[in-house]
Design a protein around this ligand. Structure first.
Ligand code: PLP
Length: 372
């Protein structure tokens, strides 16, 4: 694939690619060895810590490593447990890392309101006391955005206030936190204040090739640096990577309102066609269900990949980003409309739509599977 030289170029719904401008900026950074504190990387870590209102920062290769290093640094003596949203990346998508790296029991909770965790969800699941059968809760790990949805800050504050009163650590998987800042207009510091540690990614919505910063207290980051090395994440010439991340923060962060508007446009378009929405477009992600128009995911995936300007999807999840053109959204909607018409011509009627149980805890991730 060629480097796009402007943000409207790519008709891709799944991932970003670095631009020429980003690469050129990245190449201006220092060339030091970051295991021994590269100059650009140290400056970047300090900058990210400052905007998040924390004492120190640590640059890591991935969001997964950042979350796992955070857990491992916080969790020093098992038995212990971590409370998460049952849909959270740290619980579902990190290969059981909390158990593997930190010997921690995970306590996954589905939010009662179907949207975000509240203190009412969490309180009854906290493990405490001296009963030897149980693993005391040491961390509450929230995720914001989660599936592209935003946790109301009042709920975050309420959870944090109660957690702190019980000496429970608050960690935030803020891989996509930039979207929260854009939508809520809160400062990064305000968003991060209820947490002891926060993981922030540059390689998702901001469009850098690689990189996550873990921020928190100075002593915590010093120890986390040790675990980063132990996990194999001590990197050498990271200057180029932080240069790209810095470029992304300066130039791509301001592009996010357009991305959110495009995602809302996608939702409206799908609803107009009669497609179901499993999780709404609050930022840059939405989950949809084509069964009300008689279409299956695999049909959309196949046909979208075969378009003149292909669109990559793999199921119910649609992720928009700074390189998604508005044309890609219209092409996708045209395709779904066409499929609906084809089904109707073939005799499909809405009463054939599968009857689905209304279950607020249902999984919104549905993989496209073509029947044999
Ligand atoms: C919320 C969240 N946390 C963590 C990660 C993991 O990031 P990485 O793929 O860089 O390991 C992702 C990846 O998409 C994510 O969406």
């Amino acid at each position: 694939m060629q480097h796009p030289s402007n943000i409207e170029h790519a008709l891709i719904l799944c991932y970003t690619v670095p631009t020429k401008e980003m690469n050129e900026y990245g190449l201006r950074a220092s060339l030091g060895d970051d295991v021994y504190f590269d100059e650009s990387t140290v400056a970047f870590e300090a900058h990210i810590a400052k905007i998040a209102g924390k004492e120190a920062g640590l640059f890591l290769p991935s969001g997964t490593m950042s979350n796992q290093v955070a857990l491992r640094t916080h969790l020093q003596q098992p038995p212990h447990s971590v409370i998460t949203d049952a849909r959270a990346h740290i619980y579902r998508m990190e290969a059981g890392g909390a158990a593997f790296h930190s010997q921690a029991n995970s306590i996954p909770i589905f939010p009662e309101n179907g949207h975000h965790l509240t203190w009412e969800d969490i309180e009854p699941r906290i493990v405490s006391g001296t009963d030897v059968h149980v693993a005391p809760t040491r961390i509450i790990a929230l995720e914001n955005t989660l599936n592209g949805t935003i946790i109301p800050q009042e709920d975050v504050s309420e959870i944090s206030k109660n957690a702190r009163a019980r000496n429970i650590i608050m960690h935030l998987d803020g891989a996509r936190i930039w979207h929260v800042a854009i939508e809520t207009r809160m400062s990064m510091k305000e968003i991060c204040d209820p947490f002891d540690t926060v993981s922030l990614c540059f390689s998702k919505g901001l469009g850098a090739p690689i990189g996550t910063c873990l921020v928190g207290p100075k002593a915590f980051i010093t120890k986390a640096r040790w675990f980063r090395k132990l996990f194999g994440g001590g990197m050498r010439q990271t200057g180029y990577l932080v240069g790209c991340a810095a470029y992304a923060l300066t130039h791509n962060f301001p592009l996010l309102p357009r991305v959110h508007a495009l995602t809302r446009r996608m939702q409206r378009g799908l609803e107009d066609i009669g497609v179901g929405i499993l999780s709404p477009a609050e930022t840059c992600i939405l989950f949809y269900d084509p069964s009300p128009i008689g279409v299956e995911y695999w049909e959309i995936v196949e046909r979208a990949a075969a378009l003149e300007k292909p669109i990559n999807l793999n199921g119910s999840r649609i992720v928009m980003h700074i390189q998604t053109s508005s044309q890609a959204v219209e092409d996708f909607l045209d395709l779904v409309r066409t499929l609906k018409e084809e089904k109707a011509k073939a005799g499909w009627t809405p009463d054939q739509a599968p009857r689905k149980k209304q279950n607020p805890f249902r999984d919104v991730y549905v993989k496209a599977v073509k029947p044999n």
